[in-house]
Design a binder for this molecule. Structure first.
Ligand SMILES: [Mg+2]
Length: 99
């Protein structure tokens, strides 16, 4: 089993065990919670938090994404591989984009 698949499975399993899936959840709420973890990472940076604190918030975001993919049956490993392949084939700065 792939590492990403394991992370998706364990993240979703823990979330279920902790009661986060006792009731059906809506996608908008789950996406907002992913955003919230990135905001927490930004706030940690603004407060000169340690690199470990910032990493923890980024990990929170990844875990929420893994949990979501587990709940919705999304093959994240396949999507990541496909996107990396696509990005590798794109031109320098994706056609001279600024950001
Ligand atoms: Mg957090």
């Amino acid at each position: 089993m792939s590492t990403v698949k394991k992370l998706v499975d364990v993240s979703h399993q823990i979330a279920k065990e902790k009661g986060w899936w006792d009731d059906e959840r809506n996608d908008a709420e789950l996406i907002a919670l992913m955003h919230s973890e990135l905001s927490e990472a930004l706030e940690a940076m603004r407060n000169h938090a340690t690199q470990e604190d910032i990493a923890e918030e980024l990990a929170d975001c990844c875990i929420r994404i893994f949990d979501y993919c587990g709940a919705r049956g999304i093959d994240l490993q396949k999507a990541i591989r496909a996107k990396i392949k696509k990005n590798r084939s794109r031109p320098y700065r994706h056609g001279n984009k600024k950001f």
